[in-house]
Design a protein around this ligand. Structure first.
Ligand code: CS2
Length: 497
C-alpha cells in the first residue's frame, strides 16, 4: 500500500489545528533534555516516550528526551522534519484514538555523528539514559551474560576511532562523563533481557575492564556514579507499516512518517535507583520498586514465552498475525496448559498476582484484532529470546522435580521453524544473529528429530548445560518435533495431551 504524503506534515505549525484530545501533554520544544534514549524504534515511541511525557505533564522537570537511532536514518529524518513530533494510535476492537507525543527534544543518528552522542552522554544535564536496542545489541552470551564482542565491538574496545556499537557508545560516553566530572547517571535497560539491570551493569563493567585507552580510575568512577536499575517494560507495539501512517493521517489530517500503533495496555516497573534524579514516572502510572525481578520473570515467561510459542506455531501453520494464529483450533487450550502447568510453577510471582489470571489477560491482549503483529516479527532472534522466555522456565521446573512438557513444545516449534518450511512447504525466513551455527547444527542432525535436538542442544550459547544434559527434556522436545514434522501444527495440537 502506498503512503499518501499530503502537503501538510505533522509539526509545531499544525498542532493548533488538531483536535484537543490529539495534542501533546507538554508544550513541545520547551522542555530541556534530561534523558538520552538509545534505540528510536516503535516500542520506545509508544512506551517510554509516552510515560515520560505524562510524567513531565504531571510532575514537571527538565526531562525532555534526546532519542538516538543506532542504525537507520529514515526515522531521524522524519522526526527532524516534524519538529520531533510523532503520534501514537491506540487500537482495539472498540475503536482507535490517536495522540501526538511531545516528549522528544531532539533526535540524533549515531553512525553519522557518534561524537555528538558521546558528548550527550557526558552532558551534566543528562542524568538518565534509557535503552531499547534489542537483546542482540548487548553482545552478551544469553546463557552466561559474558561479553562476546563481535569485530565492531572489539574495535570499539580498542579505541582509536569513534564507537560504532551500543556498548562502545556507552563506554566512550561514560569515559567522557567521568573526565568532565559531569555527575552520576542511571543507565536503564528497557529490553526483554533477564535481570536487564544486572545484565547492563555486567556489560558496562566488562567493557570498562577490557577497554584500551580509557582513563585510569574509570572503574572506580563507574562504581560510584553509575546505577543500572532493572525494569519490566510491556506494551504490544508492532513495527509500523504504511497502514499505520495512513491511520494516523486519517485521524490527524496531516502526514506523520514516524507514526506508531499500539494496544491500549501498558506497564512499566522500574527499580528506583537513580543517583541524579528521574522523571516522576509514578505520576504516569509506572510502578517504582526495590526489585523488578518477580515482575520481569512474570512478563518474560507468561507473556513473551507464550508470544514466542504463538509466533513459531502460527508461522508454521501459515498464519500471518498473532491474532490470526490464536484462532488455530486447540492452540488457546494448549497455551493455557503451558501457563497453568509449566510457567506458573517455575517462579514466585509478585505479591498479589496469580499467574493464571495474568495469562488470561495476556491471551486477551494477543487476540486484539486491531493489532496486526506479524508472527514473523515475533519469531526473529529466537536464540536471544528463548533462554529467558522458555529455557529458564524449563530449568527451574526441572530443578523443582517437575516435568516441562508444554515448554518443550515451544522449543520444538522453534527448531521446526529454524528448519525453514511451513507445514505446507513454503519457505520461512530465519533471522537470527546465530542463524549460521543453528543452521549448521540442524543440517548435521536433520536425519532425525533426535539428531536435530542433539545438535542444537550442543550450542551452549543458547541452551544452558542443565537443560541440554536432561534426557527427559530431550525426549519431550524430540517427541514434539517428531509430531510437528509428521502431522503439522494443527493435528499436533488436536492430539496434544
Ligand atoms: C515480542 C515483544 O517481538 C517480540 O519478541 O514478544 O516485542 C512483545 O510484544 C513485548 O515485549 C510486549 O511488551
Amino acid at each position: 500500500m502506498a503512503v499518501t504524503v499530503g502537503s501538510s506534515r505533522l509539526g509545531l505549525g499544525v498542532l493548533r489545528r488538531l483536535p484537543a484530545a490529539a495534542r501533546p501533554l507538554v508544550r513541545p520544544g520547551t522542555v530541556p533534555a534530561g534523558v538520552v534514549h538509545l534505540g528510536l524504534g516503535a516500542f520506545h515511541r509508544a512506551h517510554q516516550a509516552v510515560y515520560t511525557e505524562a510524567a513531565i505533564g504531571a510532575a514537571g522537570g527538565d526531562w525532555g528526551i534526546v532519542a538516538v537511532a543506532p542504525r537507520s536514518t529514515s526515522l531521524v529524518e522524519a522526526l527532524a522534519a516534524q519538529d520531533n513530533l510523532f503520534s501514537v494510535s491506540t487500537l482495539s476492537a472498540a475503536g482507535s484514538a490517536t495522540r501526538v507525543v511531545g516528549a522528544l527534544s531532539g533526535v540524533r543518528h549515531a553512525p553519522s555523528d557518534p561524537d555528538a552522542v558521546v558528548a550527550l552522554l557526558a552532558d551534566p544535564a543528562v542524568r538518565v539514559v534509557t535503552l531499547t536496542v534489542t537483546e542482540k545489541a548487548y553482545q552478551l552470551d544469553p546463557v552466561t551474560g559474558q561479553l562476546c564482542p563481535d569485530s565492531a565491538l572489539a574495535a570499539d574496545l580498542a579505541g582509536g576511532r569513534p564507537p560504532t556499537t551500543v556498548p562502545g557508545l556507552l563506554l566512550r560516553g561514560l569515559a567522557a562523563r567521568a573526565a568532565a566530572d559531569a555527575g552520576p547517571v542511571a543507565l536503564v535497560s528497557c529490553d526483554n533481557l533477564p535481570a536487564n539491570g544486572r545484565r547492563l551493569r555486567g556489560l558496562v563493567d566488562q567493557a570498562v575492564g577490557r577497554a584500551v585507552g580509557v582513563p585510569t580510575g574509570l572503574v572506580d568512577w563507574v562504581a560510584g556514579n553509575v546505577t543500572c536499575p532493572g525494569t519490566m517494560v510491556d506494551r504490544i507495539v508492532p513495527a509500523s507499516t504504511p497502514e499505520t501512517i495512513e491511520a494516523a493521517r486519517r485521524a490527524l489530517g496531516v502526514t506523520d512518517l514516524a507514526a506508531v500503533a499500539a494496544e491500549p495496555y501498558a506497564q512499566w516497573v522500574i527499580e528506583d535507583d537513580f543517583l541524579g534524579g528521574r522523571p516522576g514516572w509514578e505520576h504516569a502510572g509506572a510502578v517504582l520498586t526495590d526489585d523488578a525481578g518477580p515482575w520481569e520473570r512474570l512478563k518474560l515467561r507468561s507473556l513473551n514465552g507464550v508470544h514466542s510459542a504463538i509466533a513459531y506455531l502460527g508461522a508454521l501453520a501459515g498464519r500471518e498475525t498473532i491474532a490470526d494464529a490464536l484462532e488455530i483450533p486447540h492452540l488457546a487450550d494448549v497455551l493455557r496448559r503451558l501457563i497453568a502447568e509449566d510457567v506458573a510453577h517455575s517462579f514466585t510471582p509478585p505479591d498479589g498476582v496469580r499467574v493464571v489470571d495474568y495469562g488470561e489477560q495476556v491471551l486477551a491482549r494477543f487476540g486484539n484484532p486491531a493489532i496486526r503483529h506479524r508472527t514473523l516479527q515475533v519469531a526473529t532472534d529466537g536464540s536471544q529470546k528463548l533462554p529467558q522466555r522458555v529455557l529458564h522456565t524449563i530449568a527451574d521446573l526441572r530443578a523443582a522435580g517437575r516435568s516441562a512438557r508444554w515448554a518443550a513444545l515451544v522449543v520444538a516449534a522453534w527448531l521446526r521453524f529454524a528448519l525453514g518450511y511451513t507445514d505446507d512447504g513454503r519457505s520461512l525466513p530465519f533471522q537470527d544473529p546465530l542463524a549460521e551455527p543453528i543452521r549448521a547444527a540442524l543440517s548435521a542432525g536433520t536425519q532425525s528429530p533426535a539428531g536435530a535436538v542433539d545438535a542444537v542442544f550442543a550450542l551452549r550459547e543458547i541452551v544452558p548445560a542443565e537443560v541440554a544434559g536432561d534426557d527427559e527434556v530431550r525426549a519431550e522436545v524430540t517427541g514434539w518435533l517428531t509430531a510437528l514434522a509428521r502431522h503439522g501444527v494443527e493435528a499436533t495440537l488436536a492430539g496434544a495431551r
